[in-house]
Every structure is written in C-alpha cells, then in structure tokens.
Design a binder for this molecule. Structure first.
Ligand code: TYD
Length: 209
C-alpha cells in the first residue's frame, strides 16, 4: 500500500491551476508535509517525446483515437517514473492534469466517449487513481482571456481550437464531477486568487486529517 496521497488538479487553460498548485505546495511544505508537485508529462523524457508529437502544430491530421492513446501512453510513463515512487516515499503528489483531462477533452469534447477513453486509461494506470481531484471550473471565455494576457506563453495546437470546443470541455468536466462526485470536487476558479486558494486548501485539508 502506498503511504502518500495522490491528488490531481483539473480544469481548462487559464483557470489558474498552476498558480494555485504552487501556493498549496508551498503552504503544505511549510507545515512539514513532503510535497511532489508535477504535471503531465512532468519532464519525464519519454513522456515529453510523446507529448511533443501530440502538440506539434504541424500534426493537424492526427486522428482523435491516436491522440487519446498517446496521452494515455505519456500518462503511464509519468505515473511509473514520477508519481508512483513519490507515493511510495509517503509524499503528497499534486499532479496538474491526469485521467480526467483525457475524459473531458478526448472522451467528451472530441466525442470519443467517456467510457471508451476511460477503458484505455484503466489499462494505462492500473488502479492508481487519485484519492482527490480538484476541478477548477471557469467559463471558457474568461479562461482564454486570462491566457491571452500572459504574453510570452507559447500557443499550442489545442489553444487554437474554437471556443465551442472549450465549452464542450467544460460540459465534459461537469459531467465527470457529477459521475465521480466522491473523488472530484469543484472549485469556482472565477473568484480572486486568495479565495480559490482558500477553497482548495479547505478541501485538501479534509482528506489529510
Ligand atoms: P499544456 O501546455 O499542458 O496546458 P495547460 O497549462 O492548460 O495544462 O497543454 C495541455 C493541453 O493538452 C491542454 O489543452 C489540455 C490537453 N490535454 C488533453 O487534451 N488530454 C489530456 O489527457 C491531457 C493531459 C491534456
């Protein structure tokens, strides 16, 4: 049995996930917890290579199932190389994006089916599901506006998708949060940073007790 606690962070681009996760990591570290903050593909060489293929602007011909399989493959590698060892050492692992990204983006928004994408991910992750998932909910328009304010951020292929796609992603996440209500907790990410941080920390605090 793993001693650590696996927590995933989900939501669309511009929801402020990385800012808040950084704040949570710092706060919990100060309280003496061992924290491993990571994101898919998390600097794992093999997973990075897979992700480069997925996100390359020139790969517009990529079939949706190919994309889903590649995400699952990158996830597997990052899980085995980074997440699992950290959990075995008793760390709290804060992972920016995990299975629910695939379920919302590929399963729901791309129309492959949540159950279908779940099944290939089950193969990839072998029951290593997060104990808790924080879903940062925000209207797509607001999220994308925030991104565009960050000059210097690289625009990837998925950023170029129409706003309709981002609306579907949100619908997907909302469906998932209903279906997996005991694992996925929704946070209103349109609030000011401090309020979002307080909400997130409150939820995490409950499972650390
Ligand atoms: P990334 O640069 O990691 O963006 P973010 O900061 O928003 O996490 O790009 C990830 C993109 O890939 C993002 O648009 C979501 C998408 N994605 C999927 O479609 N499926 C997945 O399984 C994952 C992990 C990400």
């Amino acid at each position: 049995m793993d001693k650590g606690v696996f927590i995933s962070i989900e939501g669309p681009e511009g929801a402020g996930k990385s800012t808040i996760v950084g704040m949570i990591a710092e706060h919990l570290e100060q309280k003496g917890y061992k924290i491993v903050q990571t994101r898919e593909p998390g600097g794992i060489d093999i997973a990075e290579q897979i992700r480069n293929v997925i996100l390359a602007k020139e790969n517009t011909a990529m079939d949706p199932r190919t994309e889903a399989l590649l995400y699952a493959a990158a996830r597997r590698q990052h899980l085995v190389e980074r997440v699992k060892p950290a959990l075995e050492q008793g760390a709290i692992v804060l992972c920016d994006r995990f299975i629910d990204s695939s379920l919302a983006y590929q399963g729901y928004a791309r129309g492959l089916g949540i159950d279908e994408v779940y099944s290939i991910n089950e193969f990839a992750i072998e029951n290593m599901m997060p104990k808790l998932t924080l879903y940062f909910d925000i209207e797509p328009e607001v999220g994308l506006q925030r991104i565009n304010q960050h000059k210097g951020r690289e625009v990837n292929r998925l950023d170029l998708e129409a706003i309709d796609f981002h609306r579907k992603v949100r619908e997907g996440y909302i469906q998932l949060s209903k279906r997996f209500g005991s694992r996925i907790k929704t946070i209103d990410a349109s609030k000011p940073v401090q309020a979002v941080f307080d909400d997130a920390l409150g939820i995490i605090g409950k499972i650390l007790k």
